[in-house]
Design a protein around this ligand. Structure first.
Ligand code: URA
Length: 265
């Protein structure tokens, strides 16, 4: 399915969702048709309507609010216009992976390939990320969920601006609340500094466990930085081993460290 088709399908689903979720049928009880040919009942005098209101209103208020869901977030990301990034995107990139991940992986924002496909980390940096995860027996299909701070591509891959990250943050917070990951792995300076609200460099922060809303949080280098600079390959590998060691606390099996293989960068 093309990104454009996906977006219009998402728009249709979100509209349908809103109509059903906000009690369209019960709202119609209160609306007065201006069309003389309409078969709707004529408008009631204000006084009469007031007398009927409490019962009907009570019923409408009791309608359960639909619970949040990852599916709902996906649809909302596709049609989001909360910041200027929507004007230049092909597709929003909500994120993907398992519903209850061991590790939530967070990048900064989609690149060109991600924008075209609507999927996170599918370009060269994404391929390296998959290798890095697989070197410690993780994958987006089995134990991870991968997303970004901003869900739409910043033009020419520039850094996302503060207002853009702020506007997109509710999506991340809702994803976090639903996914309930055991650990968070943040990739690169932008995502790390934003989530930890610090100006410390990634060189200083990487490989040290932090806390994000009660969840152990490990910063490491962004895979695209590793593609550009060999120098960070070794420390990034050391970070993965730190993540691997922590993962042991969440699994019964003892890891077979000899099986770990340094990813090729
Ligand atoms: N870089 C990111 O930060 N996120 C992606 O999804 C792809 C590249």
């Amino acid at each position: 399915m093309t990104a454009e088709r996906k977006q219009s399908l998402a728009l249709f689903l979100a509209t349908l969702d809103d109509l059903l979720g906000s009690g369209y049928a019960s709202k119609r009880e209160y609306s007065f048709s201006k069309d003389p040919s309409s078969s709707d009942p004529p408008a009631q005098p204000v006084q009469e309507q007031k007398e009927q209101e409490p019962v009907a209103l009570h019923a409408a208020l009791k309608k359960p609010v639909p619970p949040d869901s990852l599916h709902r977030i996906i649809n909302e990301v596709y049609i989001c216009t909360a910041c200027p990034l929507h004007k230049t995107r092909i597709s929003g990139v909500p994120g993907e992976g398992v519903e209850h991940p061991v590790v939530l992986v967070v990048g900064e924002g989609p690149g060109a390939q991600e924008d075209k496909t609507g999927r996170p980390f599918v370009g060269p940096a994404g391929q390296l990320l998959d290798k890095m995860l697989s070197s410690i027996d993780l994958s987006r299909e089995k134990q991870c969920f991968i997303t970004n701070i901003v869900k739409c591509r910043p033009p020419l891959n520039r850094d996302p601006q503060l207002e853009e990250m702020e506007a997109c943050m509710p999506f991340f917070s809702r994803q976090l609340a639903l996914l309930k990951p055991k650990l968070i792995l943040s990739l690169g300076r932008i995502a790390t500094q934003w989530l930890l609200q610090t100006n410390e460099t990634i060189t200083k922060l990487h490989g040290q466990w932090k806390d994000y809303k009660g969840i152990p949080f490990l910063p490491t280098y962004h895979p695209s930085a590793l593609l550009h600079n060999e120098m960070w390959k070794r420390p990034a590998w050391e970070d993965l081993k730190i993540l691997r060691a922590k993962l042991q606390e969440y699994t019964d099996q003892k890891p077979e460290l000899s099986k770990q293989k340094e990813p090729e960068v």
